[in-house]
Design a protein around this ligand. Structure first.
Ligand code: MTE
Length: 406
């Protein structure tokens, strides 16, 4: 029978069936506890540890959705605490009938939103910079910004109201082109520049298609770190589109801009247009092992390797694994019906013969034919790292039977 592997074979590691260690990482501005066994801190952000998704011995694993307490947090500044009783969502602008102004907006309370038809969607939220650290560590390319490994992502079941319904209720006009959803968190200030509240234009076509105005996550009301009382969930797109702590939405009859679609979240640098490429939208295919980097596995035994694969707008329907750094590939078994906007869990048996260092690689392919290249196209800010990430493991000689020991 295959061994389920997770971390170094001789060291107990903490997974879903263990109580997390008391040590916690501290991230200024994040409200929830951050056990060190579940999170890696980066400035104001907390990355999910992939090796914490699966238990060491029994193979027990976190299900399709990441529990709220384990979900990664990406904050430009800090989590605000907002009173849901007095909170109002304000809509204004030339794209609404009567063109209400910002000081006389159309307002919705949380109860008003809850009175609209309730909808649930499963969707991933993934930071545009997820995987960024590999530009430096695998491609020797220096990029600024949060050095995420592959844990700037999570999947959840979100509930709330379709943004399309809210826009119609607010009087969406036929000339509307762009929205500008803005968060209620503190202004983003770096290097002496005040960029204002976190806000990013969203085309009306996407808003009307599948965007959710969520007030719940995994069956519970949203928690402060994940956008309470209400946030956007923009399926398939870079996480910055999913504005948390939503306070207002300008609806305009002309294209809108903010630093989040001009200065940030587009491709800059050699090979890209001088003012940057188009504002980033869909995510790229990726794949991750539920396994510690540098895990130690016994030679001559069959190990069951597990992971998850995902892509921006199309379902992942093929995952291949290589144990020779990408020269030869074998197909993994898929455990979920491939679905857009959701990851596909996979596993494969691996029986390493000889002790030594190995590089395991996993590669996702989506239904539109999108797959993972050997190296990611460089861009100055290190967005959309979609290359195959080699996962180093050590294969050790199996321990000698007790009677053989000196
Ligand atoms: N919304 C606001 N208001 N402020 C933010 O800092 N971060 C964005 C997005 N929405 C952000 C925001 C980014 S970059 C990502 S990846 C997601 O929220 C992360 O959502 P999470 O913290 O719930 O995982």
């Amino acid at each position: 029978m295959a061994d389920d592997v997770h971390g170094p074979v001789h060291e107990p590691v903490h997974g879903p069936v263990h109580v997390p260690e008391p040590e916690a990482v501290h991230v200024p501005g994040i409200v929830k506890p951050l056990p060190a066994a579940w999170f890696v801190p980066h400035d104001t952000n907390a990355e999910m540890r992939w090796d914490a998704l699966r238990d060491a011995d029994g193979g027990a694993a976190i299900g399709l959705h990441v529990p709220v307490e384990r979900f990664f947090v990406r904050n430009h500044t800090r989590t605000p605490l907002i009173d849901p009783g007095t909170w109002r969502l304000r809509l204004f602008g030339t794209g609404l009938r009567g063109a209400p102004s910002a000081d006389r907006p159309v307002e919705f309370s949380l109860d008003d939103l809850k009175a609209l038809p309730r909808t649930r969607i499963d969707a991933l939220i993934e930071c545009a910079g997820n995987g960024r650290s590999y530009y430096a560590s695998r491609q020797h390319q220096r990029v600024p910004g949060t050095p995420w490994a592959l844990g700037g992502i999570g999947s959840a079941s979100w509930y709330g109201v379709r943004l399309a319904d809210v826009l119609r209720e607010a009087g969406l006009g036929p000339a509307a082109v762009d929205l500008l959803p803005a968060g209620l968190d503190p202004h983003y200030v770096v290097g002496g520049t005040d960029y204002g509240p976190v806000r990013r234009p969203l085309p009306v076509a996407k808003a009307l298609d599948d965007v959710l105005l969520a007030y719940g996550m995994n069956g519970e009301p949203l928690t402060p770190d994940h956008g309470a009382p209400a946030r956007l969930v923009v399926p398939g797109w870079v996480g910055i589109a999913s504005i948390k702590w939503l306070g207002s939405i300008e609806v305009a009859d002309r294209p809108l801009s903010s630093p989040w679609n001009t200065d940030f979240y587009r491709m800059f640098g050699p090979g890209h247009p001088p003012g940057g490429g188009a504002p980033l939208t869909a995510q790229v295919p990726k794949c991750a092992f539920e396994l510690a980097e540098g895990a130690v596995l016994a030679a001559g035994r069959t190990h069951r390797l597990h992971g998850r694969a995902w892509s921006g707008e199309a379902a992942v329907h093929r995952v291949e694994v290589s144990d020779d750094g990408g020269r030869t590939w074998r197909s993994a078994e898929l455990h979920d019906e491939p679905r857009a906007h959701e990851w596909t869990r996979w596993s494969i048996d691996w029986r390493p013969g000889r002790p030594g260092r190995y590089e395991l690689c996993a590669r996702a392919t989506d239904r539109r034919g999108g797959t993972q290249p050997r190296s990611a196209e460089f861009n100055r800010e290190g967005y959309l790292f979609g290359a195959v990430v080699a996962h180093p493991v050590t294969v050790a000689a199996p321990p000698a039977p007790a009677g053989d020991r000196a």
